[in-house]
Design a protein around this ligand. Sequence first.
Ligand code: SF4
Ligand code: SF4
Length: 395
Amino acid sequence: MRSKTPAEPLMNDGLDADPPSKRALQYVLKKKEEGWPVAGIYCGYAPLELMHAMGIVPALLCAFSKVPIESAEEVLPANLCPLIKSSYGFIQEGTCPFFTAADVVVAETTCDGKKKMFELISELRPLHVMDLPQMPEEEGAVDNWRRMIIRLKQFLEDKTGRSATDEQIEEAIVWSNKKNRLARKIFEFAACEPPVISWKEIYDISFLAMPSTGPDIVPLLEEKLDKLKKRRQNGEYFGTPDSPRVLVTGCPIGGDAAKIFRVVEEAGGLVVAPDSCTGTKIFNGDFAENTGDPVGSLAERYLKLPCACMTPNTERMTALSSIIETYKPDVVIDFILQACHGYNVESHRVARHVTENHGVAFLKVETDYSDADVGQLKTRVEALFETLPAKAAAS
Ligand code: SF4
Ligand code: SF4
């Protein structure tokens, strides 16, 4: 069956062949030139709107290459999650341009390996650790997280000299809602059968939108939305109507870990829902507006982010159901980085939820950043695709 691949890349800004982090870096450096302090971040729980309101630009620090892992292992244990080893290796080698630009680092107590790595990084930059409540359904959890956001604000004020009023935080929230809603509309073009947007284009949007303020990114998102509507009118799409559709959930994926997306494509499939903190996850859900307590609104929305560090992580199952209903995957792949115990143990629950409640095929993949298992991954994905029922013939 013939594909009618879009003639023009979605961004079409000369950086389409580059990693999506390159645009984010350009944006962060532009804001720094304009006098904005830079806050290095590692996690979806970092309250971006607070930073935007204070005139601070968040910068997602490098964590997705196998290259610096060898030097990191001189300090860190080898049997640690590759994301943590890569993060530390980049900093140790001085090769993360985001960290070079960062004035401060914002961290959270998500998993043990990261917590202990933050102690090492704190020797190199002013670093603030937010104590993340990990039982989000417990009484008082949102209040505790709200207190942590206020403490972060105090730290940022002390270290950068920037501040923000409640009105400015409210304004940033309203802009973020606009930004996130537009991003979600863009991602939903992957729900078309066949998809009108590729996983790489979703990543291009996601990596640039994450650090960007609403006023900076909303016009670009509106333009891309129009472009996608035209693509759909023109009958342009990715893959073929009978390509297996794949939802990839689990640990964050970028750089060398994106091998899983390439494996899916080489096996003839299409990634229609990259459900992780580097994909679509952080754009889900609105912030409550005009509550009179914008920090409380931030706390409530951020604590709903369904990371496996939470227990119980009920929100993840609810979110997965919604993604499955919208994007209609044939297969769910749970992507686990080696030594990530939270996502690894939770995978059993995810498997049951996906197969028993939705009748969708499931595959758990446990891997690192090396290429050593690419052949084996491809064999497993191809074997799974072969078990899928044939789709009705489409033109
Ligand atoms: S998966 Fe969890 S720890 Fe990792 S970035 Fe997302 S929220 Fe943070
Ligand atoms: S992938 Fe898992 S182990 Fe690695 S940093 Fe994220 S939560 Fe921690």
